[in-house]
Write a protein that binds this ligand. Structure first.
Ligand SMILES: [Zn+2]
Length: 412
């Protein structure tokens, strides 16, 4: 059987970068190439129903090996890589038996992975570390997850003595541009819960994400010839600047918060005399905190508009995703079984809130409770991305244990 490392080394060679400005689904052709090959590979390992749908989603079923009524569970990974860093011509390098020294990436002398900057490397002495060559990302996010799910599937098909219920698999596009679940058919997937394999250090179990909204604040002024503007011109640029200047500095900003604190973050602005707009994202672990922050933003926007009489202000809020914990709290067995599977793999589960969202954040609210499990990924979206072969092997073990555990006590 092909090892998880060998599968991983194959998948990272596909350029599957997603693209925000694209209007197609998936957003790039390269993703479809890998998705189609994954469907072919799933059929080759014996999963006859493996298919690619019209949107590029690959799904397949590992049939149950027990006659007991065990609910279907799912495993999900995304094939796309971040638009922030090139994913073309990735040259993976396996650094055998890591000894704690700096990992030098040959294609760029400034690309060095140091133990001092990467505390999780301390747990990797003796392990095989995979990196890119210094000019691209590696794509461990999330091809580590793809390789782990594929390897676990091949193992389960080859070991029918392992008792498990139906196991559903999905490989999805466009997670990195926030569209990973746009066409995900939860009803057709038909699982009671799923696990995304898209986390970091071995043992990590993520059951909490931010709740997230986007806001657009638009100031409308009045433009006229500046030589004859006295008493008439209303400059929207000045109102928007007054607004941005009023935003919190020492608190509630990405650059001044961590752990469980939320923030408001202006990330793009465009301004003219007639019209100026500021886009913000708002993040908090609970919806009350989210709404408080939005009320504050609104108050500051109105206050800034008031400084320049005649300025009109328009505020639009768009929901992005919600903290999956709200849903997972109603399905405690989904998380408990993941913890048990991690322990059976000889690891200590560590739960940490994600200061971001995953496809699972949305899927949970679409009716598919979906926590995120470790895949061994580190330095996401960076030239310094790395993963260890041993962590990927542990993730494969966790998937297999989870399938067993759901068949042991199929409550529900
Ligand atoms: Zn990811």
């Amino acid at each position: 059987m092909e090892s998880v490392l060998d599968r991983f080394l194959r998948y990272v060679r596909y350029d599957t970068q997603s693209k925000e400005s694209s209007t197609t689904y998936p957003s790039t052709e390269g993703q479809l190439v890998l998705l189609r090959d994954l469907a072919t590979e799933l059929r080759a390992i014996g999963l006859g129903d493996a298919a690619v749908d019209d949107f590029g989603y690959v799904t397949a079923t590992i049939p149950a090996t027990t006659t007991e009524a065990v609910p279907a569970i799912g495993f999900i990974a995304h094939v796309d890589t971040s638009p922030e860093m090139s994913g073309a011509n990735v040259k993976p390098i396996v650094h055998r038996a890591y000894d704690g020294r700096d990992l030098l990436l040959p294609d760029d002398r400034s690309a060095v992975i140091r133990l001092a900057d990467n505390p999780p490397l301390a747990a990797q002495i003796g392990h095989d570390i995979v990196t890119a060559s210094g000019t691209t990302l590696l794509g461990a996010d999330n091809k580590a997850g793809v390789a782990e799910i594929m390897t676990a599937a091949a193992y389960l098909v080859g070991h029918p003595a392992v008792a498990h219920g139906p196991v559903r698999l999905a490989f999805t596009p466009d997670e990195e541009i926030g569209r990973g679940t746009a066409h995900f058919d939860v009803a057709a997937f038909g699982a009671v819960c799923a696990y995304t394999m898209d986390g970091g250090s071995r043992g990590d179990l993520e059951t909490e994400s931010f709740s997230a909204d986007a806001m657009t604040i638009t100031f409308s002024g009045f433009n006229t010839h500046p030589g004859y503007a006295k008493g008439r011109m209303i400059n929207a640029i000045k109102a928007s600047a007054a607004f941005v200047d009023r935003l919190p500095r020492d608190t509630m900003s990405p650059e001044t918060t961590d752990d469980r604190e939320g923030f408001v973050h202006p990330y793009v602005a465009s301004a003219g005399v007639d019209r100026a707009s500021v886009r913000l994202i708002v993040r908090d672990f609970d919806v009350t905190g989210l709404l408080e922050k939005e009320a504050l933003v609104e108050e500051l926007a109105r206050e800034a508009a008031g400084v320049y009489p005649g300025t009109r202000v328009e505020i639009v809020v768009e929901e992005q995703y919600r903290n999956m914990k709200t849903v997972l709290d109603r399905h405690p067995e989904v998380v408990e079984r993941a913890r048990l599977a991690i322990r059976r793999a000889g690891l200590t589960p560590s739960a940490r809130p994600i200061r971001g969202g995953t496809d699972g954040s949305r899927l949970s609210f679409m009716g598919l409770p979906t926590p995120n499990l470790f895949a061994g990924e580190h330095n996401f979206h960076s030239r310094l991305e790395w993963v260890s072969a041993e962590d990927m092997e542990k993730a494969v073990e966790v998937i297999i244990h989870l399938c067993r555990i759901w068949a042991e006590s199929p409550a529900r």
